[in-house]
Write a protein that binds this ligand. Structure first.
Ligand SMILES: NC(=O)c1ccc[n+]([C@@H]2O[C@H](COP(=O)([O-])OP(=O)(O)OC[C@H]3O[C@@H](n4cnc5c(N)ncnc54)[C@H](O)[C@@H]3O)[C@@H](O)[C@H]2O)c1
Ligand SMILES: [Zn+2]
Length: 353
């Protein structure tokens, strides 16, 4: 079994990367970016790192719409044209789209070359860059193709967040809310207070959020059990994200925005089935009301979203498996939920938020 990648911070992170480069002597280094991380993050990154030979930069346009096999093929062709061998290194410098897609290509190119994640969005810092999940979407179906394969290291530098648009910060904060709900009352309370002060990315909170994810992946790297907790809000959230990606009726939502709605719905279901405390559900409602757009779904759309859940990766034998909560940090895995209850959850979202 692969060990989880070490996570390094700030100067120590760049020192570790420089040591890695000096020790491993990669034959070539490719830095994979999107246009935004190239504009805002690449020069800061290059200033901290010593390369024996000029790295090659490959950029793609930004956004979830690029996270598909076509982009992977274009990247693989480019790596081939650049004559990258198996001793080469891919550095993913960007948000979750770059770390997911770059990590996946590194995992399959010539049966795998080493890669390093340098996340630049809040979402990638606290979630996507950690834990070794890589992959791409199949049309509108999220992360339908992929592998779990650990990077060599994750290098966290919060300086990159200075240029991240507020909407994107909020999207990343959604995964931090999730980490609060599935971990402990203490971390959950800290998340709620930070949002009240409109400060969604204080350093200590980010570090704690990273620790929550790291500790869960450490226990269950291949998602046979407890790692499924990190999918809280994602069974309905991914289906909503897929629906919005494929529909003209509702504008596309950012990943974290869709997951925020998913968490409201799945928390309502948790209250109904497991007596999850209503007062904590109310706190979640307040956060989501404050930070994320409200979306109106009609009955036909909700039915389509329910259909889309059939593609969820936690399903076994055609059965949709939810992760639910009995309390903050008390997780119930592999729960089945009637469609009627899902309908009521959407009704609750419509009425309450
Ligand atoms: N692998 C995992 O475990 C995991 C976990 C959670 C989410 N994800 C995936 O992550 C993706 C979402 O990640 P994301 O929100 O980072 O998306 P993203 O990569 O699209 O980044 C969001 C936006 O911010 C821009 N950006 C990134 N860094 C910037 C910076 N420093 N300054 C200015 N702009 C910057 C990007 O160009 C993009 O426009 C989804 O595809 C989701 O499925 C994966
Ligand atoms: Zn997510």
């Amino acid at each position: 079994m692969q060990e989880q990648a070490p996570i390094y911070f700030d100067e120590q992170g760049y020192a570790s990367l420089n040591d890695y480069l000096a020790e491993q002597q990669p034959s070539k280094v490719v830095i994979f970016v999107d246009d935004n991380s190239e504009d805002h993050c690449l020069s800061h990154f290059l200033k901290q790192v010593t390369f024996e030979q000029e790295p090659i930069t490959i950029a793609i346009p930004p956004g979830e719409n690029e996270k598909h096999m076509g982009t992977c093929m274009a990247l693989i062709i480019e790596l081939t044209n650049q004559n990258l061998d198996r001793k080469s290194l891919l550095i993913n410098l960007g948000g979750g789209v770059i770390t997911d897609l770059g990590g996946f290509v590194a995992s399959i190119y010539k049966r795998g070359i080493p890669y390093i994640n340098v996340p630049t969005s809040l979402l990638a810092i606290v979630d996507a860059a950690i834990g070794g999940k890589t992959g791409v979407d199949l049309e509108h179906l999220k992360n339908q193709i992929g592998v779990i394969n650990q990077s060599q290291m994750v290098l966290i530098d919060e300086n990159y967040l200075k240029t991240l648009p507020k909407k994107e910060l909020h999207s990343g904060f959604s995964e931090m809310i999730k980490h609060g709900l599935v971990s402990s009352q203490e971390h959950w309370e800290a998340i709620c207070s930070a949002a009240k002060d409109d400060s969604v990315s204080p350093h200590a909170l980010i570090k704690d959020s990273i620790s929550v994810k790291h500790a869960i992946v450490e226990q269950d790297p291949n998602e046979l059990g407890i790692r499924k907790a990190l999918n809280y809000g994602h069974t309905l959230g991914h289906a909503i994200e897929s629906f919005c990606l494929s529909s003209d009726a509702i504008p596309s939502l950012l990943h974290g925005e869709a997951i925020a709605i998913g968490m409201i719905l799945e928390t309502y279901i948790s209250v109904q089935l497991f007596g999850f405390p209503q007062k904590e559900a109310d706190k979640l409602n307040d956060l989501v009301k404050q930070l994320y757009p409200k979306v109106k779904f009609n009955t036909d759309q909700i039915e389509e979203i329910i259909e889309l859940m059939m593609y969820d990766k936690k399903n076994v034998d055609g059965q949709v498996n939810f992760v639910l909560l009995e309390d903050i940090g008390a997780i119930a895995l592999d729960c089945q939920v009637d469609n009627d209850l899902i309908m009521s959850a959407f009704e609750y979202y419509k009425q309450t938020l």
